[in-house]
Ligand binder design. Sequence first.
Ligand SMILES: Nc1nc2c(c(=O)[nH]1)N[C@H]1C(S)=C(S)[C@@H](COP(=O)(O)OP(=O)(O)OC[C@H]3O[C@@H](n4cnc5c(=O)[nH]c(N)nc54)[C@H](O)[C@@H]3O)O[C@H]1N2
Ligand SMILES: Nc1nc2c(c(=O)[nH]1)N[C@H]1C(S)=C(S)[C@@H](COP(=O)(O)OP(=O)(O)OC[C@H]3O[C@@H](n4cnc5c(=O)[nH]c(N)nc54)[C@H](O)[C@@H]3O)O[C@H]1N2
Ligand SMILES: [Mo]
Length: 782
Amino acid sequence: MRKARFKPYKGPAGGWGSAQSVGEILLRERAPFAAGKALLKQNKPIDGFACVSCAWAKPHPSLPLAFCENGAKATAWEGTALRCGPEFFARHTLRELRNWSDYELEQQGRLTEPLRWDAASDRYLPISWAQAFAEIGAELKGYTDPNEVVFYASGRASLEASYMWALYARLYGTNNLPDSSNMCHESTSIALPESIGVPVGTVTLNDFAKTDGLLFFGHNTGSNAPRMLHELEAARKRNAPIITFNPLRERGLERFTNPQSPVQMATGESIVVSTQYHQLAIGGDIACIAGICKALFEMDDAARERGAARVLDVAFIAKHTAGFEAFERRIRGYAWPLLERRSGLTRGAMEAAATVYAGCERVIAVYGMGLTQHRHGVLNVQMLVNLLLLRGNMGKEGAGICPVRGHSNVQGQRSVGITEKAAQVPADKLRERFGFEPPSEDGMNTVEACEAIVAGKVKAFVALGGNFIRAIPDSGRLEPAWSSLKLSVQIATKLNRSHLVHGEKAYLLPCLGRTEVDVQASGEQRHTTEDSTACIRAWRGVAAPAGEHLLSEPAIIAALAKATLAPNPAVDWDAWVADYGLVREAIAATYPETFHDLNVRMMEPGGFHRPLGASQRQWKTSNGKANFIEPHTLSVDDDVEQRAERRDVLNLMTIRSNDQFNTTVYGYNDRFRGIHGTRAVLLMHRNDIARLNLAEGDKVQVSTAVDDGVHREVGPLRVTPYDIPEGCCAGYYPECNALIPLWHHAEKAKVPAAKSIPVTLRRVIAVGQDASVPVEPAPLPG
Ligand SMILES: Nc1nc2c(c(=O)[nH]1)N[C@H]1C(S)=C(S)[C@@H](COP(=O)(O)OP(=O)(O)OC[C@H]3O[C@@H](n4cnc5c(=O)[nH]c(N)nc54)[C@H](O)[C@@H]3O)O[C@H]1N2
Ligand SMILES: Nc1nc2c(c(=O)[nH]1)N[C@H]1C(S)=C(S)[C@@H](COP(=O)(O)OP(=O)(O)OC[C@H]3O[C@@H](n4cnc5c(=O)[nH]c(N)nc54)[C@H](O)[C@@H]3O)O[C@H]1N2
Ligand SMILES: [Mo]
């Protein structure tokens, strides 16, 4: 039995706590030596492998140890000595396994052989690769409408595998290519093209080295992109201010001890990361940024009166932007009390941020899921760009916008064709090279695919990695819908819940991990990825494969494609698998602007950058300008806002612990937040706990407070006092996903609004009571 403990964490991010946490997971995965050895090659150019954890950029030249605590956990997770083979599946039915936790499922170790679900025994039984491919191919061939098949991709596969995956789906006849990005930075992909004409971030590590100020919105850097703390440390040593906006005081954004600095480690010295820390309300960002802009306008007025230098970059605004006047009018029209109420910050706090911002010449704005996963997530991102544009912080060294991407190649998979949007497909190039007519209709994104599955309009779901059923909203409604599928196919490294919730026919196909040596007919293969700064580089695996029967992702995709599609002499799948260099030639031919000479340029030790107009002040927008986008609302979520008058409704955000990678739960500790041994917690403000007649340690059921006729409930969760704004609360993803209605997603982008869910609480066990004696639910104040 794990014992739950709650104790505020006083240490810095990094430091010895980090080293200890890495040691623990290496032992738990029984891989201290193998994974330890692999770690030395992690993020090393050319002969090393790109970390399978986050997508943060890798510096060149690299640090001696180029990995962080959570990167090491990810490597240990993949390099585990534990195996989950046919013997395991012979012992357990899927019905039984569906009661296991996410942690227990993945802790069985690496999958070793292809498996097919046997309905009679409700077990996965071994099957030969040849038979699996033949059966899946025959099934897919039998459908008349290709749009009834969904090809999901999580963001981990290489550029080579991703390109082949997208081509496979389009040759089959569909653009149904939803991906993890649909749940993540799709708000960015919609927002930035309208604002500045690129779909991705504009900054590189060189900009981080030159910047003299950083704005940080809604990203938990210490847990989710810890290597970035090195850039932040360097910026702080140059005295560049870092202004953070987050409802929670995330430790990694407060103090950091560099584990690679012998002096800091020995002396326990740590640096202050954020020079200002603003704990705004969940969803307070639009109002907060509007407030900072308003303060800038007022400072600019005062400067003009005094005849001092302007605060706004008027030359930049005049030459490069459109929409300024309407934006300015709108912002000036907001009254301070309204902005304060909506942001949860004081006018003084917003003015303080504006003053420091105005004192910096080169500013980078960094953000994560705290901005994108909201109903108005797109507007959140555009407001942040507006703020940068006011002072010309776009397209100059040391300045720009930095969406921190999640999965290690999620940005890259989009660059090579994984998208449901037909307009983004270079149809002419595909037609010319492969002699087929690519589908011209848009396919389904993640939310649309879920809607179609619920409506019984999907026959097959084929997944290149990920844990779709756990990652999506509305688990309680979605899981039962899966049984209406005729076919489900999962390509994976470890067992997860998505493999247990399946269609009439189900296959589980185990693949090589990215840390592993990949030998094909022409020899050992390299592969490529694109990071958060649009830097593309070559890598190769270094560890021995986890099993002799594993195939690489490209080999599995090629075999599926051959079994499914009519032969096409222009696509030689076998040659591609024999030599991934040929896939890269095809990538270069299909996307020449980004990927010309990919086979040569990928070997540049620091990689090469994708050309981005916005970073040269070339605006590939519809009007050729950088656009100020007027906010049409100050509320980030109308579903939550309508209920503000109901005092029993709290606004819930779902967050990641320091001991997980998305749905992969490495352990039950969230060190930086002082939570140990449990994930079944609800973090609340003390005043809300008192107001709702609750006490620390009570167990509550949490329900979604919307009236759509569906009852959604999660629990019991332990009421845990935390430093979080009043009216807000936090619980862990994926455990709380059952609370998010599928329709509660970002406008335009359809990213599930996982950061603001209106909820009510019901006490089921009072603190000190035996868990077996539920008490009456506490009456809620009216
Ligand atoms: N170790 C590890 N690394 C990871 C992952 C992982 O699970 N584990 N996941 C990867 C993936 S796919 C992704 S997308 C990224 C995710 O990395 P993040 O973008 O950091 O995502 P979350 O952990 O969901 O944390 C969101 C942060 O936003 C804050 N926040 C919530 N609501 C709001 C709001 O309304 N406004 C503001 N300003 N802040 C808010 C939360 O307090 C939290 O600090 O990390 C990637 N890297
Ligand atoms: N409530 C809530 N929901 C969320 C979020 C949130 O913040 N809150 N975040 C969203 C975000 S940002 C994202 S990106 C999604 C994540 O959604 P997904 O990407 O679908 O989920 P992961 O948990 O990353 O997938 C983990 C599984 O990937 C498989 N895997 C690992 N490595 C490999 C590999 O090399 N190859 C293959 N083929 N398989 C592999 C393993 O079987 C593992 O179990 O979740 C989203 N859902
Ligand atoms: Mo993500």
